[in-house]
Design a protein around this ligand. Sequence first.
Ligand SMILES: Nc1ncnc2c1ncn2[C@@H]1O[C@H](COP(=O)(O)OP(=O)(O)O)[C@@H](O)[C@H]1O
Ligand SMILES: [Mg+2]
Length: 258
Amino acid sequence: MSKVWVIASGKGGVGKSTLVSALSVIFAEKDLRTLVIDADVGLRNLDLLLGLQDKVLYELYDYINERCFLEDALVAHLAYPNLKLLIAGQEAKTDDFKVEELKKIVETLKNDFDIILIDSPTGIGKVFQSLIELYDECVLVSTSDVVSLRDAEKTASVINIRRRNSPYLVINKVDFASESPDKIALALDMCLLGALPESNKLHNTMLLGKSVTECGDSAVLKALNIIASRMQGLEIPAKPEENQGMFNKIMRIFKGGA
Ligand SMILES: Nc1ncnc2c1ncn2[C@@H]1O[C@H](COP(=O)(O)OP(=O)(O)O)[C@@H](O)[C@H]1O
Ligand SMILES: [Mg+2]
């Protein structure tokens, strides 16, 4: 039976959807039956990132309203038939997704997939609160700026209260010359799942609507593969660049130190 991963963040624009779309392709390439759920109710974008914008006929919202079967809402990737996308609902409201119903649907889907990645809406709103109830593992994505880190810390504390364990942390858009993701994770008391460099190549690839895995940036691809392997339970020691940086100024501001 598959594991359900929720990818969340306190602040928006930190790279959740980018990470989810990239990881989904990596897992599909590993021959895993992979399901991606875009839970950003009313604001779907994973269809664009996976090149499936013209293929979405039904959404989870349609299934909930008995307008289609669940299978009809699963959109197969064009290059990877073992990768499917389920959009929550472009016209839906957050109230349309009741926790118990969501739980049941995800439990059903677990039988047909090896891994399920859920792209959470930003922040600690209603849908995210429901997702807390049903995930097996949670990853918070943050950049290393103080605002994003504070929001990540707050989101982690919401999770801690409900699930009594910390989510994993991915630091994105890192400048490895001045930032130390490892020390940031330590300061937040979270386990670092990985760190992705800031990459123009990656950004430009996304602008063109291509898959992240086509970005041609070897540092990004290496970091993504490490994250994917760690998600599969492989113990990969910290990369030197994850912990070599100085305890940067940003962290001192964030933690209120001198
Ligand atoms: N490592 C990175 N380097 C450069 N740009 C990135 C990186 N990761 C994401 N981006 C860009 O950041 C923006 C926001 O990413 P997105 O995945 O939509 O964030 P979120 O889903 O958290 O709102 C996008 O324009 C994306 O291309
Ligand atoms: Mg997003």
